[in-house]
Design a protein around this ligand. Structure first.
Ligand code: HEC
Length: 347
């Protein structure tokens, strides 16, 4: 609901209540503000309640504020079966600096949210806000058991939320993944927002709204549908956060790069980072099943990448990704297996 519609609603409620003076006093005496029942006066640069981050124009109705725009990347990371919703708010009159198409730089004051639901039930909402220093505040809010009355900051994480096995990460781990991109935003990039299936603030919509500093041609991921799905899955699950060429990325040292970089896409499937650094490349890791090649063309079971993506252990010794997941992504692994199986073996 817009702000005007909201004030009309409040007016209507107040007028209706004039007949009961005692109730009118309570309902119209300054209570019922947009963040009610939370006092956001001193939230400043570090809101400890989700209600104070500006996501909703009204906490009670959960109407999303008009300056907050939804987006769904065309390739997304697996979060143990949770449904996710994402929103972005840019300060009025600002643009995203897209000079480097692979490393977008966001204006100070940018806010991004990612909500996790189990079915219809809200469980967690993560939040990132770019501060005047250029650093990001990253935090997360855990919803009350009813999924609506409160969502308070949780800094320490929780390993088994409601006995479902789902993990809310401790704030100390956010940067382990998010430092993998120069400006720390992982899932909102030229490749994911131009991919089929992207919705909301897609690359086309960003261009239409004139929110990019430099116009960008829509990147096209090479290959047939099977290759696109597998390369997109590797990009979102492995490449954007850890496995890329950025020196700060957590798995940079391995040389295994699975990010879809715009400049590489014209060179076809064989030119992608994932193909170049994984297909028929020996692994630094020997899997207990004997696999020792990152991706053995035509042989999913001889590929360490397939083994690790299909494995989960709390110690994180074998599983990939090592953080943030405790169950295998069945569709993602099936996509990966199908593509690896389709690759031609070397003669
Ligand atoms: C295991 C790695 C990992 C950890 C840990 C992690 N994130 Fe993320 N996050 C990602 C990836 C990958 C994406 C993009 C893909 C997607 O949204 O599905 C993402 C997306 C987001 C987004 C949407 C904007 C964007 O960057 O795409 C927000 C906001 C966010 N994370 C906040 C957090 C916060 C806050 C924490 C810590 C409480 C955290 N994340 C911990 C990997 C991680």
């Amino acid at each position: 609901m817009g702000r005007r519609a909201e004030s009309l609603r409040v007016l209507a409620v107040c007028l209706a209540l004039v007949v009961i003076p005692a109730v009118t006093l309570v309902a119209c005496s300054g209570r019922g503000g947009p963040n009610e029942p939370f006092d956001c006066t001193n939230s400043g640069e570090h809101p400890t309640e989700l209600a104070c981050t500006g996501l909703y124009s009204s906490w009670s109705s959960k109407d999303v504020a008009t300056d907050v725009l939804p987006f769904t990347p065309g390739f997304a990371a697996w979060s143990d079966g949770m449904a996710k919703q994402r929103w972005l708010a840019l300060p009025a009159g600002t643009k995203i600096d897209t000079t480097n198409p692979d490393e977008w730089v966001f204006p100070v004051g940018t806010r991004v949210w990612k909500e996790f639901r189990r079915g219809e039930q809200r469980v967690e909402t993560r939040f990132a806000m770019k501060l005047a220093s250029g650093e990001w505040l990253r935090t997360t809010y855990r919803w009350s058991a009813d999924g609506e009355s409160a969502a308070a900051e949780l800094t320490t994480g929780e390993t088994d939320v409601g006995g479902t096995g789902y993990e809310i990460p401790a704030l100390a781990t956010c940067a382990t993944c998010h430092r993998g991109r120069a400006d720390g935003v992982l899932g909102f990039d030229a490749v994911t927002m131009a991919a089929p299936g992207a919705t909301g603030l897609t690359l086309a919509e960003l261009t239409r709204r004139d929110l990019l500093s430099a116009p960008l041609a829509a990147p096209v991921v090479p290959g047939d549908a099977q290759a696109v799905a597998a390369l997109g899955w590797l990009h979102a699950s492995c490449g954007t956060a850890c496995h890329n060429a950025s020196p700060k990325a957590a798995a940079h040292f391995t040389g295994l790069n699975m990010r879809l970089d715009v400049a590489t896409l014209a060179a076809g499937v064989e030119g992608t980072n994932a193909y170049r650094t994984a297909v028929n490349v020996p692994s630094n890791f020997s899997a207990p099943n004997g696999a020792h090649v990152r991706i053995a063309a035509g042989e999913p079971d001889a590929s360490t990448l397939v083994f690790r993506a299909s494995y989960r252990d709390r110690s994180g010794q074998y599983q990939m990704p090592p953080l943030g997941t405790h169950s295998v992504d069945p569709q993602g692994v099936a996509t990966l297996r199908a593509w690896v199986g389709s690759l031609t073996r070397p003669l």
